[in-house]
Ligand binder design. Structure first.
Ligand SMILES: NC(=O)c1ccc[n+]([C@@H]2O[C@H](COP(=O)([O-])OP(=O)(O)OC[C@H]3O[C@@H](n4cnc5c(N)ncnc54)[C@H](OP(=O)(O)O)[C@@H]3O)[C@@H](O)[C@H]2O)c1
Length: 307
């Protein structure tokens, strides 16, 4: 598994991360197997959020990880804060600090390698975020900070006050769902794909050295659209994925992830499988080489015509 150097930090992380949003459905023994499989295959970056499974995902990971004898500094652990499910977003100083303290307790670790603000809070007072981040950094509870699902102007507003560098932005992206790329390929046109809904987020991230973490990298599109594999709306894309998987002797999942890794923005996809065989097979994406032509063939076969 290749590692990427996260800009603005001393973090060298596995280029594929494992998201634990679905870990709450596992027993402790199953969780250990998932963690061990990930580590054995070089996936040493784990993504959490305070709200996954109502805290249960972090709790199960914490119990499992603490009994496995894996050194804390052999892995990276990230969590998120800022959502109060079904009720509100909360970027207040008090909420951020309390959420981190509770995550650390559930995860049974002393520090997070990274903390992300999960979804934009329109009532954000960036001065409060700045104070919370400074305190957490000073106390050694969080090493680095970032955001998720935020656009460039929201990030700029935070950066006016927040002195800790914002190093990650976690955003939904897959081989069939990539509005950030579409808008950049369709500049000055009047078709649907030309709509720049995110404020040139991909180019902004590259310009400002923020690492994009594509979340739900197997999802076909927004919402509950199902996974891309065998999806009836992506027949041609599936044919190409299957052909490339065969040619390169890897799984379909590895091709879908290799497509994200091939982009020079040096993104870090966060996969969400809780199936050890699938995790091991997907990790092979790191060894897949993909030509420019193959990358564009996958893009085009998803129904995205080039201008
Ligand atoms: N920042 C955000 O707002 C945000 C939002 C959502 C998620 N996330 C993060 O992103 C991570 C990944 O999200 P995700 O779980 O939605 O991502 P995903 O990796 O796109 O999807 C994983 C799901 O797809 C299933 N799957 C994958 N390949 C399959 C196949 N060939 N056949 C059948 N099922 C297959 C997996 O089942 P198996 O378990 O059986 O493999 C699992 O249920 C989360 O854990 C979380 O850390 C972040």
């Amino acid at each position: 598994m290749k590692k990427i150097q996260v800009s603005q930090t001393e973090l060298k992380v596995s280029e594929i991360g494992l998201g634990l949003m679905r870990m709450n459905s596992l027993t402790d023994e199953e969780a250990k197997k998932v963690i061990q499989t990930a580590v054995d295959n070089g996936i040493t970056f784990f993504d959490h959020a305070d709200i996954y499974g109502g805290g249960e995902s972090e709790r199960i990971f914490g119990r499992a990880f603490s009994e496995m004898g894996i050194a804390r500094d052999a892995v990276h652990v990230q969590s998120k804060t800022g959502i109060v499910p079904g009720k509100m977003y909360d970027f207040s100083k008090e909420h951020i600090i309390q959420s981190v303290e509770e995550s650390l307790e559930r995860l049974k670790v002393d520090y997070l390698d990274a903390l992300l603000l999960h979804r934009p809070d329109t009532l954000v007072e960036p001065e409060e975020v700045a104070e919370a981040f400074d305190l957490l950094k000073q106390q050694g509870k969080v090493r680095y900070f970032g955001v998720s699902n935020q656009n460039p102007m929201q990030i700029e507003l935070l950066k006016k006050y927040v002195k800790q560098p914002l190093v990650f932005n976690q955003l939904q992206m897959s081989v069939s769902h990539h509005p950030m790329i579409d808008a950049g390929l369709n500049v000055n046109r009047s078709n649907e794909l030309s709509l720049d809904r995110d404020g040139s987020l991909l180019d902004y991230s590259r310009l400002h050295n923020m690492t994009i973490q594509p979340w739900s990298p197997f999802q076909a599109g927004n919402g509950n659209s199902g996974i891309v594999f065998d999806h009836p709306e992506y027949k041609e894309l599936n044919v190409v994925i299957e052909r490339m998987a065969e040619e390169k002797s890897v799984s379909r999942e590895a091709i879908a992830i290799a497509w994200l890794l091939r982009h020079p923005a040096k993104m870090q996809p966060i996969i969400g499988s809780m199936n050890p065989e699938r995790i091991a097979a997907t990790a092979k994406a790191s060894d897949v080489s993909m030509s420019r032509l193959e990358w564009y063939e996958l893009y085009r076969s998803g129904g995205f015509q080039l201008p």
